[in-house]
Ligand binder design. Structure first.
Ligand SMILES: [Zn+2]
Length: 321
């Protein structure tokens, strides 16, 4: 940790997703000075995607220098299985990575210290330090989108796990006789409560009367408008989520649970019934504060920057701002 941080220092940060890359120059105090978005075009294959990542990172470093700033590190976040210690993107379903040594490639290309992080873990890091979990030492960040994954952040550090797989809360078994999960087992949390599972369940029950495919956000809206079928599907998801979060709370005893990802955009339509369902499940455990994420889709990029800053020993106590 350094007390004096040069005002002109920035980190080159990239959050690589299946469809797009969110990219930024971030100061050590967590302030973003430039943002860019680029398509991932994952169908081109991993080699082309890696080429784009390196081009974009190098371009941002050059723009920083042109603006009189000094790039001091690079932080890259990717989905899937990430070996942070070795800097390898081990596996990713939606980007197609298989054992890509991204950190080494970036170091060689940019000549800057580089860290590779997991998209949800760095998103949790950012929410815990700069967003909705700010000021609380123990945070569980839960991202609910096409899948469900979590990051357990203690004092500003996200646990990685012994096999780089901490936080797979979506695969907590909540309904043993429930629908089959993408992982192959029936009854996982994300097979019932992910945004895609909610849309699928609604379509299944609506049967022939279903109009176009219905998103989870629309199910929430219809439930709020009093449609019984939507209400039933939404409540099923809420109960399953509460079961998963109660397990999380039993394991981690956090002060704050931050809900992110697409489903969290349902706001109080999700938070209000979920708080009630979680409350019902608490016995002697202390009930966590349940809040929506505050950083939106920039959390991954900010978190990638924080991870890079931590790695080079610059931690300007963003919390102090
Ligand atoms: Zn599963």
């Amino acid at each position: 940790m350094s007390d004096a941080v040069d005002a002109d220092q920035v980190v080159v940060a990239l959050d690589v997703g299946g469809t797009g890359m969110k990219c930024a120059l971030v100061r050590p105090d967590g302030v973003t000075v430039r943002t860019e978005r680029h398509p991932t075009n994952a169908s081109r294959g991993p080699t082309a995607v890696v080429g784009t990542i390196l081009d974009v990172a190098e371009g941002l470093a050059e723009k920083a220098r042109a603006d009189g700033l000094t790039p001091i590190a690079v932080g890259i976040a990717v989905p899937g299985v990430v070996d942070e210690a070795r800097g390898v993107a081990v596996w990713s379903a939606n980007v197609g990575f298989r054992d890509v040594p991204l950190r080494g490639l970036a170091v060689r290309r940019l000549g800057l210290p580089t860290t590779l992080g997991h998209d949800v873990r760095v998103g949790g890091l950012a929410e815990a330090r700069l967003g909705a979990g700010r000021g609380t030492g123990h945070v569980l960040f839960v991202a609910i989108g096409t899948g469900i994954a979590a990051a357990h952040v203690v004092d500003g550090r996200a646990a990685v796990g012994a096999h780089d797989a901490a936080g797979e809360i979506g695969h907590i078994l909540v309904r043993p006789d429930g629908p089959r999960c993408g992982c192959g087992r029936p009854g996982c949390l994300e097979a019932i409560a992910s945004a895609s599972a909610i849309g699928r369940r609604y379509a299944e029950l609506a049967g022939a009367t279903a109009d176009a495919p219905v998103t989870a956000a629309e199910v929430a809206e219809r439930a709020a408008a009093g449609e019984p079928l939507a209400g039933e599907v939404w409540q099923e998801a809420v109960e399953a989520l509460a079961d998963g979060l109660a397990t999380g709370q039993a394991l981690y005893d956090v002060a704050t649970i931050v809900l992110g990802g697409g489903l969290a955009q349902a706001g109080d339509r999700l938070l209000t019934p979920l708080r009630a369902a979680l409350h019902e499940r608490m016995t002697f455990h202390r009930e966590p504060r349940l809040v929506a994420a505050a950083l939106g889709d920039e959390a991954g990029c900010l978190g990638a920057a924080l991870l890079a800053l931590d790695a080079v020993g610059v931690r300007d106590h963003q919390e102090k701002r």
